[in-house]
Write a protein that binds this ligand. Structure first.
Ligand code: PRP
Ligand code: URA
Length: 208
């Protein structure tokens, strides 16, 4: 699969296994989502452009580097919220622009309920954050919104992807790289990822 990057890192596999475990309580679940978001963002940002930046160490002047993008984090509510803090660990200056979507339980289509983007884009690169890429409807709709906003470069950072959701994203937005902890087997009849981890929003917020 082009432009899809399941993490090869053993720490990611270890933490993902704890996250999947049905006995994991909401607080531990939130900690793991945050830690996975940090690790996956480290991988997803490996190709970011930098520009030269002069710096004086205690001993000498030299030219270092600084990331040249203005970065926007776009958590898809609700479950994407839990990834923001982990990404901020690496990108503390990133802007956060929330997009509210929920899946209609019957059609599995995303329904938009929150979007406060200003008229003109304020960032050069968006990282869309959502732990679950199931049918891909929510991720595709979010990238549609961001492209209409005028953002040219977008990456998706998730935790688990289903082949169906990855294919949907690649068909509609082949230019958007997809970074994941794992690619699972398939969706069940209710649109949940198998083996997955259940409902990522409910498990984070204790609403199961
Ligand atoms: C979950 C998840 C994604 C979406 C994935 O959110 O966090 O946003 O489903 O499914 P899709 O790829 O088929 O669109 P949900 O709609 O359950 O809302 P919630 O986060 O508020 O619980
Ligand atoms: N949303 C979730 O939270 N989990 C899934 O498996 C699919 C969609």
């Amino acid at each position: 699969m082009d432009n899809v990057f399941p993490s090869p890192h053993p720490l990611v596999a270890h933490k993902l296994t704890l996250l999947r475990d049905k006995r994991t309580d909401p607080q531990t679940f939130r900690d793991l989502v945050r830690e996975l978001a940090t690790l996956l963002t480290y991988e997803a940002t490996a190709d970011l452009p930098t520009r030269p930046k002069p710096v004086e160490t205690p001993l000498a002047a030299m030219t270092g580097a600084e990331v040249s993008d203005t970065i926007g984090l776009v958590p898809i509510l609700r479950a994407g919220l839990g990834m923001v803090e982990g990404v901020w660990n690496l990108l503390p200056g990133a802007q956060v622009w929330h997009i509210g979507l929920y899946r209609d339980e019957r059609t599995l289509r995303p329904v938009e309920y929150y979007n406060k983007l200003p008229v003109a884009p304020t960032v050069t690169l968006c990282l869309v954050l959502d732990p679950m890429l199931a049918t891909g409807g929510s991720a595709v709709a979010t990238v549609d919104i961001l492209k209409r906003w005028g953002v040219k470069r977008i990456k998706f950072v998730g935790i688990i992807g289903a082949p169906e959701g990855i294919a949907h994203m690649q068909e509609r937005h082949p230019d958007v790289p997809i970074h994941l902890a794992a690619i699972d087997e398939r969706l069940n009849d209710n649109g949940y990822i198998l083996p997955g981890l259940g409902d990522a929003g409910d498990r984070q917020f204790g609403t199961a």
